[in-house]
Design a protein. Structure first.
Length: 585
């Protein structure tokens, strides 16, 4: 017991240090990508997009009673608990592979305070639970892991099933996981029984998928349920990500950009993990390759390296998320797993230096890493936590007239408006729809039900957005776009900026004069909560808000310039910079 207490003292100490940071920086507003969906599921229950992530959604459901100022913060706090568990397990995994306590503590500290890990651990995202399971696999597969024999094989099998119930990228740890399971079979006296226990444990770990059909029925008008997932074939299709494609990170066809994705991965590992983690891991692998008296089994080291290569460069080269800051933000979440996999070899790589250092030097080094990582990471986390996106979503819904239809696209809009409408309960009379998602029968049925009339269906895999717009307008609904991305609609119909939206006019209605457009926007903008950070072009989720807030003034400046009114054009050019909104020229 004393030995166990000593082993747990250091990781628990780290958790104690990091817990206040994680809880204080937990997101209070929606953050973009899938975050809005998971925050909504935390508040209302339901089914997430493929593959469903049932283990994580069950976790959110279990902790849905957490006291928080917003559903987003409640979901973030639930995820922060997982983030702290990941830090502790990284420490224990490094120790299981033979690292000294200080080396393990340094590795866990750098991981837990890396901006990528810190950010994902303090918002509702599945990747932190993926990290928990990955660290537990590393610990269980270690030659000196906490369990041996058939228990080791069953333990790793259970983690494999649970991992698949959370996020499919856990399969990228197959080399090290299978090696650990094989060790367990070798250690077992009854090898066939050990293998059977491992297979059975995998199936037990997949049981969270049984919760998906149970979450599907109910009042879907007030809950989010992706798909019609009520039978075993439905669940299997959800598990296979049939709506997306196995290696696609977004809806629709996106071509992978291997060099760009690999460059982004390397940049993330070097910057977020402070250069020293990749360097220390590289030193370990290079040293193990040269040494004849290897401290670890060569096959185990090779499998650890293979898992990193699969989850890092290989996965990056075959996956696609599109282009631009938002696409890079989607891809960066998948870079957490390879970063975590470097922590164990990093701890082993710095072990020779730690062994030669005095206790005082070790303590100073650990304290310096903790304080330095906090000082470097906190400004970035605070920057990520600004309410820019949620302010835009709320402003946009308040802009829309009662019963309006808003067309947009992208996860930050689909899931963001979902969160604001269902989890917060704001402006549920407005119908937001994504044309690309109308290809899914369940979504088409959901939106048609919300509108009260049947929308046109895709023909030959293509949806006519012009016909869609004409039908919405014909039913007397006012129609708006979040941006000019729907080129067919913009070309066929007259549009004009109305606050953060573009209003689409019926063919028989003439466009309003610039003076009327300016007057309408001057009435709208004092109601908005505009964050200056939207001006920063490299912000992951800032492109749409930035364009939405500046678009009316750019359009009016151009309209006045065409009319030969340079004074008004100069005024609106100044307003296009977002400051000040209401000053007179």
């Amino acid at each position: 017991m004393r030995r166990v207490a000593r082993e747990l003292a250091s990781p628990l100490g780290l958790v104690t240090v990091l817990a206040p940071l994680y809880f204080v920086t937990a997101a209070r507003t929606v953050q973009g990508a899938d975050n809005g969906e998971f925050c909504t599921l935390f508040a209302t229950g339901g089914v997430a997009h493929p593959s469903g992530y049932p283990l994580y959604t069950l976790w959110l459901g279990m902790l849905s009673g957490l006291r928080a100022s917003t559903p987003a913060q409640g979901a973030a706090l639930a995820t922060a608990i997982l983030g702290l568990a990941a830090v502790a397990l990284v420490h224990l995994a490094a120790r299981a592979w033979g690292a000294r306590p200080t080396s393990a503590a340094l590795a866990a500290s750098i991981y837990g305070l890396a901006p990528l890990a810190w950010d994902l651990a303090t918002q509702a995202e599945v990747f932190t639970l993926n990290a928990v399971i990955a660290a537990a696999i590393l610990m269980g597969a270690a030659p000196a892991g906490p369990v041996r024999g058939a228990a080791r094989t069953a333990y790793l099998g259970l983690l494999a099933g649970l991992g698949l119930s959370n996020h499919h990228t856990i399969v990228l740890l197959a080399p090290i996981g299978l090696w650990g399971a094989w060790l367990g079979v070798r250690e077992s006296r009854w090898k066939l029984r050990a293998m059977m226990l491992g297979v059975l444990a995998v199936l037990v770990g997949l049981l969270p998928y049984a919760s998906i059909p149970l979450a599907s029925p109910g009042d879907i008008a007030n809950r989010w349920v992706w798909g019609n997932v009520r039978t075993f074939p439905d669940v299997l299709a959800h598990f296979r990500r049939a709506d997306y494609g196995t290696t696609r990170l977004v809806v629709g066809s996106v071509r992978p950009r291997p060099l760009h994705q690999i460059a982004g991965l390397l940049r993330r590992l070097l910057v977020d993990f402070r250069v020293i983690v990749p360097a220390g891991a590289l030193a370990f692998f290079a040293g193990e390759a040269r040494r004849r008296d290897r401290a670890l089994p060569p096959l185990g080291t090779a499998c650890l390296c293979a898992s990193f290569l699969l989850s890092g460069p290989v996965f990056a080269s075959v996956s696609g998320a599109g282009e631009g800051p938002s696409a890079d933000a989607i891809a960066r979440r998948f870079q957490l797993l390879p970063g975590l996999l470097l922590t164990v070899p990093f701890a082993l790589g710095i072990d020779p230096l730690v062994r030669r250092a005095t206790p005082l030097v070790r303590g100073v080094a650990l304290a310096s890493v903790l304080l330095g990582s906090i000082a470097l990471g906190l400004p970035e986390i605070e920057r990520e936590r600004r309410p820019m996106l949620e302010n835009y979503l709320v402003d946009t819904l308040r802009t829309a007239p009662r019963g309006a239809v808003v067309i947009g696209s992208g996860d930050e809009q689909v899931f963001g408006f979902l969160y604001v409408q269902l989890a917060i309960g704001l402006r549920q009379d407005v119908v937001f729809l994504s044309p690309i998602m109308l290809h899914y029968p369940w979504y088409h049925w959901r939106i048609s039900g919300a509108l009260g009339f049947e929308l046109p269906r895709p023909k030959n895999g293509s949806l006519d957005t012009v016909e869609l717009s004409a039908q919405i307008l014909a039913h007397g609904r006012r129609l708006f776009l979040t941006d000019e991305g729907n080129f067919a609609i913009v070309k066929r119909f007259t549009t004009f900026p109305y606050g953060t939206l573009l209003e689409v006019l019926p063919p028989s209605v003439p466009p309003p004069p610039p003076e009327q457009v300016e007057s309408a926007n001057l009435d709208l903008f004092p109601q908005y909560s505009i964050d200056p950070v939207v001006l920063e072009p490299d912000r992951a989720w800032s492109a749409i808000p930035r364009n939405a807030y500046t678009r009316p003034w750019h359009a009016l400046a151009a309209a006045y310039a065409r009319a030969g009114n340079p004074g008004a054009a100069a005024l609106n050019a100044r307003r296009a910079t977002l400051s000040p909104w209401l000053e007179n020229p």
